[in-house]
Design a protein around this ligand. Structure first.
Ligand code: ADP
Ligand code: MG
Length: 371
């Protein structure tokens, strides 16, 4: 038996910069998905503690791929892709169990996929290494499931480190750990899951992505990451398109805010993150226009009740908000958000604090067993 755990993640700052070849700053969460692999006599069988039923497929019966329930493709995707690559994948049973809330923007999908990929690599002795694990995890979401994720979620889940954020360059998919221990400064990251229904998220995401690509094409750069902040005004004056100008302003200033956040953290000035978070939110709300009333309300309530900064995290149109909150103000901030939601007639939000935790790791491994 082989068992791995891989965490969900929160992006501290850097939104919609990933597909513009830019910078992001996620950290791995304490909540995660465990994947347990055991040998079987026939077929590949998968179960999830969070989904009904058992799904059994035969390695040879590849025609049935599109008939498995959506959730099972996240698990079977790695087996299918390895099989396509010519790897002999023996009969096995895979059980997954996760405490990452799904669809909240905390990347339950990457937690699930990375736990399975790491367990498979270990179980079969594939020796994929860091780049291979990342590549296979991305392919599962992009090719087997068909979700256009850019790699940040998998990087954070695989390589997160306790007490650190992961400074990722999404052009070459390299990542460096940067210390982030808010508790040392008497601060905490308060997460508000607004539970707002995602409205038109897929179509709007695609529209932003296409708009950014079109803007880069018109500006004659490979990606918006290549527009320096110092050249922003010049770039905007060349676009002559109000919508694209807003997109470019968001992406260019957001990349600059990620770099500023890294400087602030390397300098040990965690409290100086606050204004960067709030500026990021304003940019997503006013320029990129990906927020909804629930997330704007949560940000305003956090700022009004003692947060040093707050922003929506994740792709937008719902999802979670994070606030950098003095520990002494946590109760007041939570009460402030709940009151603001009640006054606005929104449903109850879920609130919890999050601290950077370790990335994917073995719980039971063939190596640990010594065979
Ligand atoms: P997020 O990654 O932000 O949580 P996604 O839409 O990318 O949202 O992924 C959520 C999907 O991942 C779920 O709808 C489900 O198909 C799958 N999933 C995640 N965790 C589990 C789990 N424990 N069991 C079964 N499916 C899961
Ligand atoms: Mg996801």
């Amino acid at each position: 038996m082989t068992r791995w755990i891989a965490p969900g993640r929160i992006n501290l700052i850097g939104e919609h910069t990933d597909y513009n070849d830019g910078f992001v700053l996620p950290f791995a969460l304490e909540v995660g998905c465990t994947a347990t692999l055991s040998p079987a006599t026939e077929g590949w069988s998968v179960t999830s503690a969070q989904a009904p039923g058992e799904v059994v497929v035969q390695p040879s019966g590849l025609a049935g791929r599109e008939q498995v329930p959506d959730w099972a493709a996240y698990v079977l995707g790695a087996l299918w892709l390895l099989h396509d690559d010519g790897v002999e994948v023996p009969p096995m049973r895979i059980e997954v169990d996760s405490d990452v809330p799904t669809g909240a923007g905390l990347s339950s999908s990457a937690a699930l996929v990375c736990s399975v990929v790491c367990a498979l690599d270990d179980h079969l002795g594939l020796g994929l290494g860091p780049d291979g694990l990342l590549a296979l995890s991305r392919r599962v979401e992009n090719d087997a499931v068909g979700a256009p994720t850019g790699g940040m979620d998998q990087l954070a889940s695989l390589r997160g480190e306790a007490g650190h954020v992961l400074f990722c360059d999404m052009r070459d998919l390299t990542a460096q750990s940067v210390p982030f221990a808010p508790a040392d400064s008497g601060l905490a990251v308060l997460v508000v899951d607004t539970r707002a229904p995602h409205r038109h998220a897929d179509g709007e995401y695609a529209a932003r992505r296409t708009g950014c690509e079109e803007a880069a094409r018109r500006l004659g750069v490979p990606a918006l990451r290549d527009v320096a902040e110092a050249d922003l005004d010049d770039a905007l004056s060349r676009l002559d398109d109000e919508e694209l100008e807003r997109y470019v302003r968001h992406v260019v200033t957001e990349d600059a805010r990620v770099l500023a956040a890294v400087e602030v953290l390397r300098g040990g000035r965690v409290e100086d993150l606050g204004p960067l978070l709030t500026a990021s939110h304003a940019s997503m709300r006013d320029d990129f226009r990906i927020t909804v009333p629930e997330v704007d309300t949560a940000v305003e309530a956090l700022l009004a009740s003692g947060a040093l900064g707050a922003r929506m995290t994740g792709g937008g149109f719902g999802g979670c908000v994070i606030g950098l909150v003095p520990e002494a103000a946590l109760d007041a901030a939570g009460d402030g958000v709940r009151r603001a939601f009640a006054d606005a007639g929104f449903g109850d939000p879920a609130l919890f604090t999050a601290a950077p935790a370790a990335g994917a790791r073995a719980l039971v491994s063939p190596d640990i067993r010594g065979n």
